[in-house]
Design a protein around this ligand. Sequence first.
Ligand code: TYD
Length: 676
Amino acid sequence: MSQALPYPSAPAQSESRGVLAIPAFRKLWKSMAFSSFGDWLGLLATTALASDLGGNYKKANFAIAGVFIVRLLPAVLLGPIAGVIADKFDRRRLMIICDILRFGLYLSIPLVHTYFWLYTGTAIVETVTLFWSPAKEASVPNLVPKDKLESANQMTLIASYGSAPFGGVMFSLLAGVSAIIAPFTNTRYSSTADLALYIDSITFLYTAWVVYQLKIIPRGAASKSAVNDNIGKSLIDGFKFVSHSKVISGLIIGMLGAFFAAGAVIGLGKTFVGDLNAGDAAYGILFVAVFTGLALGIWLGPKIFGQFSRRRIFGISLTISSAFLVIFSLVSNIVLAILMTITLGAFAGLSFVTGFTLLGLEVEDEVRGRVFAFVQSLTRISLLVVLAVGPVLAAVIGRHEFTIDNVHLHYSGAAFTLFGAGIIGLVVGIFSYKRMKDRPKVSFFSDIRAAFRGELGGITGKSHKGIFIAFEGGEGSGKSTQVELLKTFLVGIGEDVVVTREPGGTDLGKQLRKILLDPKTGEISPRAEALMYAADRANHVHSLIQPALARGETVITDRYLDSSIAYQGAGRIMEPNEVARISRWATESLTPNLTIILDLPADIGLARLNSIDRLEQEPLAFHERVRREFLNLANVDPERYFVVDGTARVDEIAKQIQDRISQIPQLKVNREKLKK
Ligand code: TYD
């Protein structure tokens, strides 16, 4: 359990393949995948062995808790020290020695066959792994070029976690093998768990051999450990940063909830299966089911729910997953339980990828490492707690029998504890949904309805380094004046500012603008008009806005997507959602950090105009509809919109806008503050 936790920020397929094309890395990777497989098998085996040695219900559960504690505790206690020590030795030799030690230790556990050695041996294996991991971590940069490091890390995670279901399948198969060979062997050394541990030990011997052959790893110690394993420091640092953001804190609380629930299933699985009178094979399959579900959720979830807001999906999938955990704890049938487990795993997987994608989107590059280290430390601790406490609780609760209307129900401590974990998951899921949801005035159900009509577009667009601000409003609302005032203000506080407008931000845009606004153009069909504005916008985003944001600049645009929703949607009386969908496609869902709406009764605005263009010729009712639509949009999502009274004095308006802008966390001044 000492592998790093998975942070799937989804590399392009070709990238991850690319890194495996490097022969030395491929060799190391294959051996890592094989030994992770062995490790999962070992995890199943040691818990099974603990419960076999345990005897009665209470003892067996304490024994299982013990296994998890000895597996996780060394990392918590010795992690930081081990990293420092490991950095002082020759990497390759250290890895080989560690692997040979692990081979011997795993082999000895079934042979010695006592509690004492099960725990001591496991704790030593974990300690040895603490030295092995930094050595491996430090060797990878020698095997792959710098720009492939990220995908190398991702491949490592795939090896660590992708091998879990294979471990589960193997364990179930070994249950069969053990039954077949039982008559011919000494059963003391040939139970399922024993066989699994023999195989586990061999995987480490193999890794030792592979590393021995990797002479490409340079001699000597690594200069600096790649992993920051100081749990205390990363907790404090991360906590400071995380508490600034409602979304990130909601996210992290939710992810802890997910680990809590998943840990409960893993920690109590063996007992739960035993309570249903199912054996080792079923335990293996339950394990496979969890990971199959997780994999399905991670792989298919984002495809199926791509239409949805990630900030909403996260809490919702966590809640659904927990609901299934509650049901799971109530069914006393192994087949149903396994089906439940797959579903539960799938939603947990979905919330997991969504969570990590969001972390990647919401957290800036500079602090991402710190935040991820924070999450990693927190999850380790929460796993330790749940894996250790879960079985103990189950033992204390014990078995109970209920009779309701002549129906006998057996519920054991494991079922009760899982039920409790499910309820905690439910509460946490609902909490983080509430905390993180965007567009507070749009209900969950109307989102679902919209998704069925295909009207939601990726609501959470790509993240960008710079800040994107849009000004919107009816005719004569004074946008141009305020755009200039805001620019002066932002330049004054050290931002690099680009001012642009729609239509007409680019060369192509200028030509489109002429066609669109010149009264001589005459009538344009409403849909053609919408498409032309969208075409202008697509070009604008692609060739001007996106590059500036990527450089970290602040972009202020005079009008953006909401103008189309208001003018072509509400004004021309087309479905505003459909118009929005075209623009989201055109802009690849690039959404402003803040949209400022200068609100003004249509007649006052129109009276301010000197000349009249094609749209301004429209009747008053048209402009009233436009105004109402802007206000509707702002009403639905107060986080992203700021409405200012356009009839106020110019300097008052400017002041209000500056106050609101100053709260944007990505501003350079604010970033400085956050760092302190
Ligand atoms: P604007 O740049 O505000 O014109 P002006 O320089 O006269 O203030 O707006 C151009 C016109 O284009 C305005 O009437 C609104 C209209 N418009 C749309 O109808 N849809 C859109 O998507 C955009 C960006 C503008």
